[in-house]
Design a protein around this ligand. Structure first.
Ligand SMILES: [Zn+2]
Length: 889
């Protein structure tokens, strides 16, 4: 599954408010106590094949169904225990038959344990071992919670219609049909859809075997699937257009979209075709199903879901207008950044077809084997498909840096995390599983080398195909193929939370390195790691590597000093290209030389970025003063590289928010200083696209002008508003390219006040007139950047109105520093006024719940509070800021 990044920033919690499960029969009993409160289902009955018939009623928003499950009874028992939730079970329909003896084990006692989402069937006599068939009839509601079997809505010819969609990961298949809803219970699935309106498209994991029409309704029979986990089963029923193509080995790939939007699927279709070919070569294993469908769903909680053979996406993660067609210059809304997002999500979901679907984690403890790998693989595929995007330079900024940020909290968790109850699973779809997971894979690949790593993965996939695996199974293969103590090294990264900071100094021509745990807070961590370390002295040809196993080590670097008088080559950089998942703190002498190397562009993009990221972390952890951080940031004044600029923008935003609390009197100077950091690149990029420029420059242009507008840079705001006005007069004007449209919207909102709302109203008009999700999100993301409190309130109210799909409201929460107070009041106000609605909204979020997220938020608040105190006491700050700001008026 692909998380929607913006959700990560939003800590949400809410209680489930779902109709409770029930049985329609009164033969409820108490046979269930033995099975209550267990994290996993008992193992004495194992499903082998499901024959599922579903009859959805889109108009009445409900469904009925019947399932016949081939079950292998592996130990004598009178019980069958499986999962079911929010279903109404027809007790009279439940039976177990034994084909060999032709015996039917009549109607059992049927018990539901709602808290554990299990259905307990107690038979009057012991069921013999061997294969039998369990039959259950059930009914349920097509809910609006974006999970289980749910409804999404769309407009067709001015009429509002429902579609039926499934989202079963991690544990919602049980809301659609009774099943053994754990990843290790793999089985074959034979699905039939009954009474589907003939004009609708009805899709499932496998191709259609037969379709029979009666009047306006049809029955659709699908081919039987290979063995797979229940969370990967999928059904989609609605009105769609599609485009299709075939891979070189004949697999049919389709992209389904709303009627009239089929062409917007071209880019994703092309990415999918190429990616399938790339993964086939990389894993030495072809895609394993006869077809692949990718469908854009109007209401979708996550970014996308990798259902086997039927991948579902939120519209913005799949559709975009063609970046290269001449006709697309008119009315174009998509940007390079959007294309990059679509490529990322498609490559991620398709990696799952191997890592996750073909080989599945044994239990959710090993979720990172799915998500860490899919995240990492997507970079490999993007690098192959779009080398011009220099995608690995973005890996650090998007993945490692975010992983380091969360894992520096005491309330983080190990990659391999114990999961004791289904309700705990949602919580681990987080930055640790995805981003730290991907980062330690990158570190391991760096250590064992690319070819050896690839061979290991191919061996692992072959060895565990159509089955399940644990983290240890992967280490075993790597150890065998690469002949390295991979298990020993990696255990220190996956079984304990946190990561090290290396303190480095040079003494007597020796490099002294100490490791300790990095934490933002005050407590001491006791972690110790086996660290693959690389370092360069003065140039990138001299790279050395070693494995640090102890708390401290020394390395002789006499050679480096013997013939070195060139200041441009006097630097030493550890963690070359930021491949390792740790931070590095240099002594003052080493830091000064690195600063010189940054100013003179002697370091690579990723290394410049890594040093900046570490410095900011040390500042937030109060191991470096804000004065020192700002002085150091001045070294990036001539920076032009996209990823470094993007990180620099993030840091300036966070510093401004903290300074607003700690030293508001210095705000103007600090804004002037930050503005000066971006003016060089702004002048270099200009507002209009340049012939032959890199994709990364196109992305920087939007980011830089948005940042300058947020900093209140008058020249940028005025230019943006004049281009925006041209755009209002003529939507096809070349003056407002999609890449800079967000910057213009933000600039417009900087001048909006409660007494002058014209700009705000124009933006709402743009929101309402477009049917493109990307444009809607761009507007939503700009509205609350307004410094006027009254307007922020209006923007937030709009976000929760019926004009905005529930899944998108969160984008409007990206509020300005002035807006934080208002947003908080609004949430509290809303909790009484619109509490129910908001409760439902948060209950459905992927990162919803729960204890750990809440504790992390509280820890972050405390870290910020201590940071504010330290900045308040920073005596040199006023002087330093005064010197750094270019205009002291
Ligand atoms: Zn995923």
């Amino acid at each position: 599954m692909n998380l929607l990044k913006s959700f990560c920033a939003c800590s949400c919690f809410g209680k489930k408010e779902s109709p409770s499960s029930s049985t329609s029969h009164d033969r409820l009993s108490e046979p269930t106590s033995d099975f209550k409160g267990q994290p996993r289902l008992p193992r004495f009955a194992v499903p082998k094949r499901y024959d599922i018939q579903l009859k959805p009623d889109l108009a009445a928003c409900k469904f009925g169904g019947n399932v016949a499950i081939d079950v292998d009874i592996v130990a004598d028992t009178r019980f069958i225990v499986l999962n079911a939730a929010q279903l109404s079970i027809d007790s009279g329909s439940v039976s177990f038959s034994h084909p060999n003896s032709n015996k039917v084990f009549g109607t059992p006692k049927v018990g539901m344990v709602e808290a554990d989402e299990i259905l307990v069937l107690e038979f009057a006599e012991t069921l013999p071992t061997g294969m039998g068939v369990l039959t259950v009839g059930f009914e349920g509601v097509l809910n609006d919670k974006m999970k289980g079997f749910y409804r999404s809505t769309y407009d067709h010819n001015g009429e509002k219609k429902n579609m039926a969609v499934t989202q079963f990961e991690p544990a919602y298949a049980r809301q659609c049909f009774p099943c053994w809803d754990e990843p290790a219970f793999k089985a074959k699935f034979k699905i039939t859809l009954l009474d589907v309106p003939s004009e609708l498209v009805a899709l499932s994991n496998m191709p259609v075997e037969e379709e029979l029409s009666t009047g306006n309704l049809k029955t659709v029979y699908y081919e039987e699937s290979p063995v797979m986990s229940s969370y990967l089963v999928a059904v989609v029923i609605g009105l769609f257009d599609y485009i299709e193509d075939h891979t070189s080995d004949g697999i049919k790939v389709r992209v389904y979209s709303q009627v009239g939007k089929a062409n917007q699927g071209k880019f994703a279709l092309n990415v999918a075709l190429q990616t399938l070919g790339f993964y086939k070569d990389y894993f030495h294993m072809p895609y394993s199903l006869p077809k692949l469908d990718m469908v854009a769903i109007p209401d979708f909680a996550a970014g996308a879901m990798e259902n086997y053979g039927l991948v579902t996406y939120r519209e913005t993660a799949l559709l975009l207008d063609d970046l290269h067609s001449a006709a697309a210059n008119k009315q174009r809304v998509s940007t390079v950044a959007v294309a990059l997002c679509v490529a990322t999500v498609v490559a991620h979901e398709l990696a799952h077809q191997w890592f996750g679907n073909l080989v599945t984690m044994e239990w959710w403890t090993d979720l990172w084997l799915n998500e860490g790998f899919a995240t990492w693989m997507s970079y490999l595929a993007k690098d192959k498909l779009f080398p011009e995007w220099e995608i690995w330079t973005q890996f650090f900024d998007h993945e490692t840096s975010e992983g380091l940020r969360l894992d520096g909290l005491e309330e983080s968790h190990p990659i391999e995390v114990e999961v004791n109850h289904a309700s705990e699973i949602d919580e681990i779809f987080d930055t640790i599983s995805y981003r730290k997971g991907a980062s330690i894979i990158q570190m391991l690949k760096g250590y064992v080398g690319g070819p050896c790593f690839q061979n290991s993965l191919a061996t692992y996939i072959k060895r565990h195909e159509l089955s399940n695996a644990k983290t240890d199974d992967l280490w075993a293969v790597l150890k065998e193929v690469c002949n390295e103590p991979v298990d020993k090294i990696m255990d220190s990264w996956t079984k304990q939370k946190g990561y090290p900071v290396l303190s480095v100094r040079v003494k007597n021509q020796t490099l002294e390195i100490k490791q300790s745990q990095f934490l933002y807070g005050d407590s001491d961590g006791h972690g110790q790691w086996i660290i693959p370390i690389t370092y360069c002295c003065g140039d990138y040809d001299s790279s050395k590597s070693f494995l640090m196993e102890k708390k401290s080590e020394t390395h002789d670097i006499k050679d480096f000093f013997s013939d070195n008088n060139d200041p441009a080559r006097s630097w030493i950089k550890l963690n070359v290209e930021q491949v390792g998942f740790f931070r590095v703190k240099y002594d003052d002498g080493m830091a000064a030389k690195l600063r010189y190397a940054i100013e003179n562009k002697c370091l690579s993009v990723t290394d410049r970025l890594g040093i900046l990221d570490d410095s900011f972390a040390f500042c937030m952890a109060r191991q470096m003063s804000l004065t020192s951080l700002l002085t150091f940031m001045a070294a990036y004044k001539e920076e032009l590289e996209h990823t470094v600029l993007s990180n620099l923008i993030k840091i300036t935003d966070k510093v401004i928010r903290i300074v607003a609390d700690a030293r508001p009197e210095l705000m103007n100077y600090i804004k002037q200083f930050f503005t000066s950091l971006f003016l060089h690149s702004a002048a270099n990029l200009g507002w209009d696209p340049k012939q032959g420029e890199s994709h990364l420059d196109a992305m920087s242009r939007g980011d830089i002008f948005t940042a300058l507008a947020m900093l209140g840079h008058e020249e940028t705001i005025n230019e943006a508003i004049s281009r925006f006005n041209a755009f209002l007069d003529d939507r096809n004007t070349p003056l407002l390219h999609p890449d800079v449209r967000k910057a213009a919207y933000v600039a417009v909102m900087q001048k909006v006040t409660s007494s002058n709302k014209a700009g705000f109203e124009s933006l709402l008009r743009i929101y309402k007139e477009t049917d493109l999700s990307q444009e809607k999100i761009r507007v939503l993301g700009s509205l609350a950047s307004c410094p006027d409190e009254g307007m922020i309130q209006e923007a937030l109210n709009f976000a929760l109105s019926s004009e905005v799909r529930k899944q998108d409201a969160v984008f409007a929460l990206a509020v300005s520093k002035e807006g934080r107070e208002v947003a908080w009041k609004w949430l509290r106000f809303a909790s009484s006024e619109k509490g129910k609605e908001i409760g439902k909204f948060f209950a459905n979020r992927r990162n919803a719940s729960i204890e750990r997220t809440l504790k992390q938020s509280i820890e972050q608040v405390l870290i910020n509070a201590r940071w504010v105190q330290s900045i308040e006491k920073d005596k040199d700050l006023a002087n330093a800021v005064n010197k750094l700001a270019p205009n002291k008026s």
